[in-house]
Design a protein around this ligand. Structure first.
Ligand SMILES: [Zn+2]
Length: 344
């Protein structure tokens, strides 16, 4: 990102690791919608910032204090790389270390991963070894899409056999569907209008799909659940409308689990009556993609045991020297794109 609304290639020196850090030689990366949000100014102006936060690679160099990794190791790095000594991390909120969203460093407060080499802080805690049975093309989904999508399901406290609605079936929504299924949901309802996404959602475990351009999702979900509402409504878009719908379809005592990036507007609004005028015990939970070695190792286990195949979401592939084209496509959401994989 050379400046707001503009991407291009820049020569930069290979980063150097501090004592606890690592430098990774990138092998695979994925472009994320939040990279587009950054480009359009959602986190303020940035200049000559390397974008990207989803990548795997080979350890190139480690600092003197790194114990678990050596050059040549094949690793996944979480999109969020917390400071594990921070009090927020000690309290179990590592993504919020050093202040709200402070675990989000790549392409925010330091250079991201769309480069031949990138820097990782707290390497022992923020990287995980990729098992031989897991390919880079698959492991790269652990960084953000699986971690965030599964988080949305985990935050939903889905009971076995419970009713779940997932608003928007982009890659995070699709992984939330897969996560809801893994958590034992009885019925998963997906809401999206794109046929390709609807199809993938069914493959990942959605039982019913609502096309919001043809039917009102609130009316339909209440009909499907016999007026009861769902145990968990997952918002995976970052839209005020779907956030409100999520509140409307959640039963009293249920959870609205927000994974969407609300990148626009001054306020996110709560529908007063359907929120039970503040007393219906509807919990709103938010979260930012959890990172860390333990998390990444768990996600890799899901891949190693073939519980989920995220590579079905890879609709396009580009070599690194054409990443600008991939970016354009992702930004405009053209050509049925879900995730573009960048190869190095
Ligand atoms: Zn991402």
């Amino acid at each position: 990102m050379t400046k707001l609304e503009q991407v291009g290639f820049i020569e930069k020196p290979v980063p150097q690791p501090g004592p606890n850090d690592a430098v990774i030689k990138t092998t695979r990366a994925l472009i994320c919608t939040s990279d587009s949000h950054t480009l359009h100014g959602a986190i303020g102006p940035r200049e000559n910032l390397t974008l990207g936060h989803e990548a795997v690679g080979i350890v190139h160099q480690v600092g003197s204090e790194v114990r678990l990794f050596r050059p040549g190791d094949r690793v996944v790095v979480g999109a969020i790389t917390p400071d594990w000594g921070d009090l927020a991390s000690q309290a179990g909120h590592s993504s919020q270390s050093n202040g709200a969203l402070g675990g989000w460093k790549f392409a925010n407060i330091k250079d991201g991963v769309f480069a031949e080499y990138f820097h990782v802080n707290d390497a022992d805690a923020n990287m995980a070894m990729i098992p031989d049975a897991v390919a880079d093309d698959s492991a790269v989904y652990c960084c953000d899409m699986m971690s965030t999508g599964f988080m949305a399901a985990e935050n939903g406290d889905i009971p076995i056999g419970g009713l779940v609605a997932v608003f928007a079936l982009g890659p995070v929504g699709l992984m939330a569907v897969a996560g809801a299924k893994l958590r034992g949901a009885g019925v998963v309802i997906g809401i999206d209008s794109e046929p390709a996404r609807q199809h993938l959602a069914r493959e990942y475990g959605a039982d019913l799909i609502i096309d919001f351009t043809k039917q009102d999702p609130v009316t339909e979900i209440l009909k499907i659940t016999k007026g009861e509402g769902v145990d968990a409504a997952i918002e995976a878009l970052g839209s005020n409308d779907s956030f409100q719908n999520a509140i409307k379809v959640t039963k009293p005592g249920g959870v609205i689990s927000n994974a969407g990036y609300h990148g626009k507007g001054e306020f996110v609004t709560i529908p007063r009556v359907e929120w039970g005028v503040g007393m219906a015990e509807k919990t709103i939970r938010t979260g930012l993609c959890p990172g860390g070695r333990l998390r990444m190792e768990r996600l890799l286990r899901v891949l190693e045991s073939n519980r989920v195949d995220p590579t079905r979401m890879t609709t396009h592939r580009f070599p690194f020297d054409q990443i600008d084209k991939a970016f354009e496509l992702m930004d405009k959401k053209r050509d049925g794109i879900i995730k573009p994989l960048i190869t190095f």
